[in-house]
Design a protein around this ligand. Structure first.
Ligand code: C2O
Ligand code: CU
Length: 464
């Protein structure tokens, strides 16, 4: 049990308030519990109210109460979860961004068997890093994630600076028709381009929800883009916001949020200074594309706490090993479209039946018992630089499992030395990502636009 300090009290009640009083979510969204017994994550087919058109059928979640729960863990403390598969298709859980042992990574064949209907799998690990992460299946991903199986992870650090409130935002779309029911999850011609967009956008499975936070207080906003396709450009109006962390790691130094573009799989943490006057509203929006879209609003309540962003101490950096660029071996990684539609193995974990993309000219053949050769074999403990180049006219959020990299340089823009697990590469960009190969195993690397991942843009690194 965490000590019931004043700070914990404030935090717990603010979180409860942010999620609305009286829905009994305080425990679910409250502070992390010691892992005495595993958290049960049971996949279920449910109905959910996502649009005004009425209840949507065939929604998938973990648990039967709507959106997958925000899973709270503590940095450096043991965590355990039991996946129980209550849906008709095999599944697994991948803990996106967590640097944990390979056998807990949730990738069928490469790290674990898939979990059939009625079966279970026990995950147990100790998250080494604090920050905002997320979880999702790594089997039949387009369908399962598309229908709802995407949840946010908060890894708490007891040494974090004190905020007055916290809100966690799970951003995602749904492919629904006018009747509120699911339509085809993708169109092949779009999978060969930027990906197929959803028709209904939600924040925490709601349309433009509003959360209350103390006037003049400091609100910690944790945002995860769990959508299968959509790139977002964030903007905040009506209050002051500083970017404090991206992809689960504190930024090297805080900066004011102007506009910031992140892709599927990425996370953003903001410190928002709420307006002083009660009732004033702060708006978080996505300004990418032609029509800006409100994602969520935050309303100031009570008398001003008169805090300042400058009051916040720094977030502790995570224990990610420093890359020795001088001695690093380079790994070329080229993203391209495939020349032809190569045959794709059908697999238990789902194939879209097309191949449009390749890494180093090789198209991933689908999840299968005998996977193709790794992209590269890395020596445990050594430094590497991935020289990644995008030869396509589309953006690709490239995600590496199991290890964090540092962004070293880009051919097209000035980059911060961010520590991350996902890099959103622009068309014609070349980027250098440094990493220390300190986690043994086979680690998948793929585009997080799931249609790209499932039509060829996947590979893996072997660390031994
Ligand atoms: Cu969110 Cu293979 O990852
Ligand atoms: Cu892609």
């Amino acid at each position: 049990m965490p000590a019931l300090t004043r700070r914990n009290l404030i935090k717990a009640s603010a979180v409860a308030a942010a999620y609305g009083a009286g829905i009994g979510l305080a425990g679910r969204f409250g502070t992390a519990k010691a892992a005495t017994e595993p958290l049960i994550l049971k996949t279920a087919k449910i109905k959910a109210g996502l649009t005004d058109a009425g209840v949507t059928k065939d929604v998938l979640s973990y648990g039967s109460e709507g959106m997958p729960p925000v899973v709270r863990m503590r940095k450096g403390e043991a965590f355990a979860a039991r996946l129980v598969n209550g849906i008709d298709d095999p599944t697994t859980v991948h803990w996106h961004g967590l640097r944990i042992p390979n056998r807990m990574d949730g990738v069928p064949f490469l790290t674990q068997p898939y979990v059939y209907t009625g079966d279970k799998f026990d995950y147990a690990f100790t998250p080494p890093d604090a920050g905002t992460f997320w979880y999702h299946p790594h089997c039949n991903t387009l369908t399962q994630m598309g229908h709802g199986l995407t949840g946010v992870i908060v890894v708490e650090n007891p040494n974090d600076p004190a905020f007055d409130a916290e809100v966690v935002l799970n951003l995602r779309d749904w492919r629904l028709g006018g009747d509120g029911q699911f339509i085809d999850q993708f169109r092949p011609r779009d999978a060969a381009k930027a990906g197929t967009y959803g028709t209904v956008r939600t924040t925490n499975w709601k349309q433009q929800p509003q959360y209350d936070a103390p006037a003049g207080g400091l609100l910690r906003v944790r945002i995860a883009i769990t959508d299968v396709t959509r790139v977002h450009t964030f903007k905040l109006d009506g209050g002051e916001a500083a970017v404090i962390a991206i992809d689960g790691n504190p930024v090297p130094s805080r900066f004011a949020l102007d506009v910031l573009t992140l892709g599927p799989g990425q996370r953003l943490e903001l410190a928002v200074r709420m307006p002083d006057s009660e009732g004033a509203v702060v708006t978080l929006s996505d300004v990418r594309g032609t029509t800006p879209k409100t994602l969520a609003t935050f309303r100031a309540v009570g008398t001003s706490l008169k805090r300042a962003i400058g009051d916040l101490g720094p977030l502790e950096t995570n224990p990610v090993a420093k890359v020795d660029v001088g001695s690093a071996q380079h790994i070329p990684l080229t993203l391209s479209a495939t020349a032809e539609n190569a045959p794709v193995h059908d697999s238990v974990c789902g194939s879209l039946g097309y191949s449009f993309w390749a890494i180093n000219k090789v198209t991933w053949g689908g999840d299968q018992p005998d996977p193709m050769a790794p992209l590269a074999e890395l020596k445990l403990g050594k430094s590497y630089v991935i020289d990644m180049e995008n030869l396509t006219p589309h953006l690709h959020p490239i995600h590496l499992h199991g290890m964090s990299f540092v962004v070293l340089s880009s051919s097209t823009r000035t980059v911060l030395p961010l520590i991350s697990d996902t890099y959103l590469i622009e068309p014609n960009e070349k980027v250098q990502l440094g990493l220390v190969a300190d986690n043994p195993g086979d680690w998948v690397l793929h585009c997080h636009i799931i249609e790209h991942q499932k039509t060829g843009m996947t590979s893996y690194l072997r660390v031994a």
